[in-house]
Design a protein around this ligand. Structure first.
Ligand code: AMP
Ligand code: ZN
Ligand code: ZN
Length: 415
């Protein structure tokens, strides 16, 4: 780790680092550039379908984790912020894709004003802010949170999220940032693709359309790898490819209707889907709690203080007083708000218990600091942050991750 390296440097001055156990060779003074790529909803086992030759080659020539465990809830915004802060959602404040905060009002992915409002994100500090504060430069295309001036800082280079931006253009934009003169060139970059998640929702994890989306993001990665090779950067850049969560099949007859359980108007439903946060209306607290807390065959609800400890969830003020989790494959909805996306039923969803194998995410890494031909055991996604701060030689912020399980991914000289 950073501190360990400093220690080692001090020991080396006094007595020679070689006497310390597992003493690493001195690390280069400047870190390699780090490019973090997110393939939204790319379940860990999708890699075994034989549809993504570029990803397989990266994994073969680098490190692959058997799987990466997302944090709870296994949703996009909570987990993207976990990846760049090393904190559980309960601990970084983006506790759901849809939230209510008494001071800030409502938050949802499509609410551009809220997404760009730093007050939602300020409970933690993402790695690009920390890196810039410590003298590095950063660029994001795209990442949840990157549009907000978190702790007063935006990435040096960034773009507002545009789901319609063609994938080739995204790759070319990132490559163009790597072509900048040294004084402007970022040392930390992010890149994001949503196609696998989108197809997984519309058609389910096993559908041909989802397989086609796997091919589509792999083609984008192929363009990236070709661009890096052309520039002589392929073996000089640390590339980490992650997903935020997996995907479970949700047949349309597997729905839980809240309106069958609670009287509409007696509660505010903050979020629906695999999880649901519910705020009882004043005067209806006991009635709503009694209705939800009784046993249900496909859903479990808790008072927020009773949410099981392994989920690391329920302490944050933004978690509503009542919280429900559906059995994997079932969705919580209401009669009035039907679960349709553009008139189509949702055949896949995530957000479920992060212990469920269907929620497992992809992790692979390639570059000068990573070992080759290595498969490491499953690890939690809070550990990606300490790995990245180590690679960038920056001092991490407080986080819930652990560097030790991920250290074995690195070549000895990079530890
Ligand atoms: P989910 O609903 O959890 O499946 O979230 C996936 C969706 O999040 C994507 O399809 C995008 O529409 C949206 N999304 C991803 N990144 C961003 C971003 N940076 N800003 C706004 N929306 C985003
Ligand atoms: Zn996602
Ligand atoms: Zn999704």
């Amino acid at each position: 780790m950073f501190f360990r390296s400093l220690c080692c440097a001090a020991v080396a001055l006094l007595a020679g680092c070689a006497t310390a156990p597992h003493a690493p060779a001195a690390r280069p003074a400047t870190p390699a550039t780090l490019l973090l790529v997110s393939l939204d909803g790319f379940r860990a086992d999708y890699l075994d379908r034989g549809l993504s030759p570029t990803l397989s080659a990266l994994a073969d020539q680098g490190v692959r984790a058997k799987a990466m465990k997302p944090s709870f809830p296994s949703l996009t915004f909570p987990n993207h912020y976990t990846l760049v802060t090393g904190r559980y959602p309960d601990d970084h404040g983006i506790v759901d894709n849809s939230m209510f905060d008494p001071a800030l009002g409502r938050f949802s992915l499509g609410n551009r004003k809220a997404v760009g409002d730093a007050r939602w994100w300020n409970e933690a500090e993402p790695i690009w802010v920390t890196a810039q504060k410590q003298g590095l430069r950063a660029a994001t295309l795209f990442w949840p949170g990157s549009e907000a001036a978190i702790h007063g800082v935006r990435p040096d280079h960034w773009r507002p999220y545009d789901g319609d931006m063609p994938y080739d253009a995204r790759v070319d934009k990132v490559l163009s940032w790597l072509d900048l003169p040294a004084a402007q060139r970022p040392q930390l970059l992010t890149l994001y693709f949503e196609a696998v998640d989108t197809a997984g929702h519309y058609y389910g994890p096993d559908a041909p359309q989802t397989n086609a989306a796997i091919g589509q993001v792999d083609a984008a990665l192929a363009r990236l790898v070709a661009g890096l090779k052309q520039r002589g950067l392929y073996d000089r850049i640390d590339l980490i490819v992650v997903a935020d969560h997996g995907m479970a099949q949700t047949p349309p007859d597997q729905r839980i209707f809240l309106d069958d359980l609670i009287v509409p108007g007696h509660a505010t439903v903050v979020s629906t889907g695999a999880i649901s946060g519910i705020i009882p209306a004043p005067g209806h607290e006991a009635e709503v709690a009694n209705a939800l807390l009784r046993p249900h065959p496909h859903m479990q609800c808790w008072k927020k203080s009773d949410i099981p400890a392994h989920l690391h969830y329920g302490h944050n003020a933004r978690v509503p007083p009542l919280f429900c989790l559906a059995q994997t494959g079932w969705l919580i909805t209401s009669n009035t708000r039907s679960m349709l996306h553009h008139g189509k039923p949702i055949w896949g969803e995530h957000g479920f218990d992060n212990d469920d194998p269907a929620m497992r995410a992809l992790f692979l890494a390639h570059g000068p600091d990573f070992r080759r031909h290595v498969v490491v055991p499953e690890f939690p996604n809070v550990d990606v942050y300490p790995l990245m701060t180590h690679l960038l030689h920056i001092v991490p912020e407080r986080n819930d991750g652990d560097y030790r399980p991920v250290e074995e991914m690195l070549v000895p000289a990079a530890r």
